[in-house]
Design a protein around this ligand. Structure first.
Ligand code: BEZ
Ligand code: FE
Length: 302
């Protein structure tokens, strides 16, 4: 007697019984877990992990390779380099967790990946201030409003922004530890905000470690579509972690961490050199860009 297990192989019934008994045994081992959520998560994990091992008929050599890979991911991780987040990102696990936890609510702005480059305590800037702090790139004026889903302005929302420089590096990747390309500001009484940033450019995620090797081995690119990160918090509203992307960027379809959502793609409109800046700033002979991002926050309990 045989049982068809997947499209490519047939598992004898006795063998299937051995495998299924093991899964049942492991599931039972969590039966007395007193935390019902922990029990549910662990049993779900075991169910899917065993199904995966059986589905691909994982070899022992492959399992050892996986252990060595995860060990390398751990070894390269420290407080400045988070390879586990990268791994979660390139597998779409970060994005799927975000999808599950940020269900659409009215016209609330969509969330996307956090990434590994956020830093607490970035400097505060006034409305209209500059986040560059010496990071190189084309100046870009970003403005918009923060409202709730009923259209009411959200005053004093805390807006964290961070981005890579024109060479694709965040300040935490610089060797001199200076702070650049990041800041926080607060929306005004009408929920308005604006700041000078840099026109986003595409860059590769760090790919000199095990995750980079995985991408290479599987014929994938490490590139992210150009983007500017936001995290917006306000009392009683759902914290929004998101980015805006650049209309026309060829990488929109191939973002290696699957972060692009159409609603987050914005026009970054080129302003030829000499075009007066909104705040009267003298940009000399430099061209600049401007973008608008109106942010809508869902209620915290949505
Ligand atoms: C980022 O956008 O900063 C990022 C996101 C995921 C992985 C690596 C970088
Ligand atoms: Fe980024």
């Amino acid at each position: 007697m045989t049982e068809t297990w997947n499209s490519e192989s047939t598992i004898p019934a006795d063998q299937a019984h051995v495998e299924e008994s093991l899964t049942a045994n492991v599931l039972r081992s969590f039966e007395h877990c007193e935390d019902p959520r922990l029990k549910q998560v662990m049993q779900g994990l075991v169910r899917h992990l065993h199904a995966f091992i059986r589905d691909v008929r994982l070899t022992e050599k492959e399992w050892n390779t996986a252990i060595a890979f995860l060990t390398a991911v751990g070894h390269i991780t420290d407080d400045r380099r988070q390879e586990f987040i990268l791994l979660s990102d390139v597998l779409g696990a970060s994005m799927q967790t975000i999808n599950v936890n940020n269900t659409a609510y009215k016209d609330a702005t969509e969330a996307t990946v956090f990434g590994p480059f956020f830093v607490e305590d970035a400097p505060e800037i006034p409305i209209g201030g500059d986040i560059a702090g010496g990071a190189q790139g084309q100046p870009c004026w970003v403005e918009g409003t923060v409202t709730d889903t009923e259209g009411h302005p959200v005053p004093t929302a805390r807006i964290e922004v961070w981005e890579a420089d024109e060479d694709g590096f965040y300040d935490v990747q610089y060797t001199d530890h200076r702070v650049a390309g990041r800041a926080h500001l607060f929306s005004d009484a009408e929920g308005r905000y604006s700041f000078w940033g840099l026109t986003p450019t595409p860059y590769p995620i760090p790919h000199d470690g095990p995750v980079g090797k995985l991408l290479e081995a599987t014929g994938r690119s490490p590139m992210r579509a150009s983007h500017l990160h936001f995290m917006v918090t306000a009392p009683e509203l759902r914290t929004l972690v998101t980015h805006i992307f650049v209309t026309g960027d060829e990488l929109l379809k191939y973002d290696t961490v699957f972060g692009v959502k159409q609603s987050l793609v914005k026009d970054f409109i080129e302003q030829p050199a000499g075009t007066p800046a909104p705040d009267g700033r003298d940009l000399g002979a430099a061209a600049w860009a401007k973008a608008r991002f109106d942010i809508v926050l869902a209620p915290a309990d949505a």
